[in-house]
Design a protein around this ligand. Structure first.
Ligand SMILES: Cc1cc2nc3c(=O)[nH]c(=O)nc-3n(C[C@H](O)[C@H](O)[C@H](O)COP(=O)(O)OP(=O)(O)OC[C@H]3O[C@@H](n4cnc5c(N)ncnc54)[C@H](O)[C@@H]3O)c2cc1C
Length: 340
């Protein structure tokens, strides 16, 4: 077996979180990882460190400390203004080799995945990708990563016994960000690193972001499945009346009834709404993963044996063609009555 560049004998007791940011703002998943990282670090008495790479981003370190980091390692350089996998991996690897933390976590975002994959190969360690939970054995310091495997049929727990760092990426929305405490103390350490310009093989000419859609933090999620037979106009109307937004299972996305960024589930968004209302959805594991942290699930299905009912707080057996228009009318009438 290939040995990692450092191993369990010379690791340092620390959990690192890659602090991803865009336009001067930390990514939501980084806040979520700081929160979970803090909980894990407290379990075992280790240090939680944020790795902050960029240009003129030092102010984000304060936020990371307020959210639970004990220390932020800062690597700033004009060539690091935009994420490039060559530049960021080059710097992150130097940081890891210098400090040798036991654990390195990153968001499973496009940039986070890009960084973690290449960094794991460079460090000759493993990477648990797209984890749905992270635990820590307080006796051994081994990170236990939960991932769904075999097409979602099993949940696998993966441990890395000898290779370091123990690397994992986690999907946005899996953990809840903590409350910021501006009184928390922490340290900021500047990383000494080399960055030959020729390392960076891409140049960011312009960053164009589409309208961002974040379904992960909505209060109310109205979800349509194959059983609404393409009537997403109902879903939008309901969501509008209830002050929420619309998600979907994979089949209507694949059939072109709704855009892919609204897909909920293991290969879509993982959400934590207060209420998820599921219309015409069978309750396949891949979908349930996306709503299982909802405070309340209401399911409407014409099959009384539908699996979704095993995951719902309120179960309504009936035809979406009858129930949805009636529900919309009922809410409209009620809103008129109360003058909303
Ligand atoms: C690797 C992999 C990744 C996947 N990732 C995802 C993912 O991220 N998200 C996701 O959703 N799926 C995903 N899937 C697909 C997933 O396994 C299911 O196939 C999918 O969730 C089923 O969607 P559905 O419930 O809308 O459709 P169906 O399973 O076809 O269920 C339709 C339901 O509607 C009910 N119904 C039909 N007509 C009516 C009516 N008139 N009134 C009321 N109820 C009605 C039926 O009784 C049925 O229960 C993935 C699959 C794989 C293999």
């Amino acid at each position: 077996m290939v040995e990692s560049l450092y191993n369990v004998e010379n690791e340092n007791p620390a959990i690192w979180v890659f602090l991803e940011h865009h336009d001067g703002v930390l990514e939501g998943v980084s806040l979520e990882l700081l929160s979970r990282g803090r909980q894990l670090a407290d379990v075992i008495g280790w240090e939680l460190t944020g790795l902050l790479i960029g240009h003129q981003v030092a102010s984000l370190a304060e936020e990371a400390i307020a959210l639970g980091a004990d220390r932020v390692i800062l690597a700033e350089h004009p060539l690091l203004e935009h994420f490039t996998v060559n530049g960021y991996v080059h710097v992150a690897q130097q940081a890891l080799l210098e400090y040798q933390p036991s654990i390195f976590l990153s968001g499973a975002t496009p940039d986070g995945r890009d960084l973690a994959g290449r960094l794991a190969v460079r460090m000759r360690t493993g990477l648990n990708a797209d984890c749905t939970d992270l635990r820590l054995d307080p006796k051994t310091g081994i990170l236990i990563c939960e991932v769904s495997g075999f097409g979602g049929g099993v949940l696998a727990l993966i441990e890395m016994e000898t290779h370091r760092p123990q690397m994992a990426t986690v999907r946005p929305g899996v953990f809840v960000p903590g409350e910021a405490d501006s009184g928390r103390a922490g340290s900021l350490v500047s990383l000494e690193f080399d960055l030959p310009p020729e390392i960076i093989q891409t140049r960011v000419v312009e960053r164009v972001s589409g309208e961002s859609l974040d379904l992960t933090q909505l209060p109310i999620l109205v979800c349509g499945g194959r059983g609404i037979h393409g009537h997403f106009e109902w879903m939008y109307e309901l969501a509008n009346l209830l002050g929420g937004d619309v998600g979907a299972t994979r089949p209507p996305v694949d059939e072109g009834h709704i855009e892919r960024q609204r897909q909920i589930g293991s290969t879509g968004a993982i959400c934590r709404p207060k209420v998820a209302i599921c219309f015409g959805i069978s309750g396949a594991f891949h979908f349930i993963v996306g709503i299982q942290e909802a405070d309340m699930v209401i399911a409407i299905n014409n099959d009384p044996k539908a699996e979704i009912f095993d995951h719902a707080d309120y179960c309504i057996v009936g035809d979406t063609h009858e129930i949805v228009p009636a529900l919309i009318q009922e809410i409209r009438d009620w809103k008129m009555e109360v003058g909303d």
